[in-house]
Design a protein around this ligand. Sequence first.
Ligand SMILES: C[S@@+](CC[C@H](N)C(=O)[O-])C[C@H]1O[C@@H](n2cnc3c(N)ncnc32)[C@H](O)[C@@H]1O
Length: 219
Amino acid sequence: MERKQWIIEKRKKAEERYDMIFSSNYDKKWGYIEEKHEKLVKEFIKLIPHKGHVLDAACGTGKYWDILKEYNLKVKGIDQSYEMLIKAKTKCKEYETDKIGLQDIEDVNVFDGIMCIDAMENVFPENWVDVIKNFYNALKNEGILYFTVETISKKEKDEGFTIGKKKGLPIVYGEVAHEGGYHYYPEIEYVKNILKNECFKILKESISEGYHHFLVQKN
Ligand SMILES: C[S@@+](CC[C@H](N)C(=O)[O-])C[C@H]1O[C@@H](n2cnc3c(N)ncnc32)[C@H](O)[C@@H]1O
């Protein structure tokens, strides 16, 4: 299959999988908040002004909203899965939600902070720059972005690439898609380059098992 068409289908499938499979038991299975994630969310919040406006991009079921609620913040959660957003709404009905993809954010100069946790691995290489640009545009000057990049070993990347190619998938290196799902694991240097090109200043980088955390500021 041609890559362009494959990407369209993969994205549609991802939405369906979260709507129909993961949303019902997401909190039970993946609701646990890892120590490093919690620490970084709190560091992110500390950099947001009092009553600041925060976008939780690909918020899922609003896993971090109990933390956000402890602070005086205006929060909007977006996700491409409607069913995940329904779950999020039960955590805090005052928070605005919108069914929209990371690739389709059109806000300009609106948010003091954006957090995007455990979600960028769903973004295709073709869309990475655009998504980072969308975050940049949606932030106010000197706004803060906290996002995670999921990481796997080179051996796992090699395996994913070899198996995917053998199966005839139109994947590029770093993509793992042979088991029905989809993840893209970019090189960290590539991510840093995008941040540099899109005028984000890196405030902090942190590593935990399976994740590279970036706390950055719009320059
Ligand atoms: C692993 S969950 C993480 C959710 C939440 N941020 C958390 O940490 O629990 C990934 C979420 O990203 C959403 N997602 C995947 N690709 C997306 C895209 N292109 N645009 C918006 N949401 C997306 C999924 O629907 C899902 O809710």
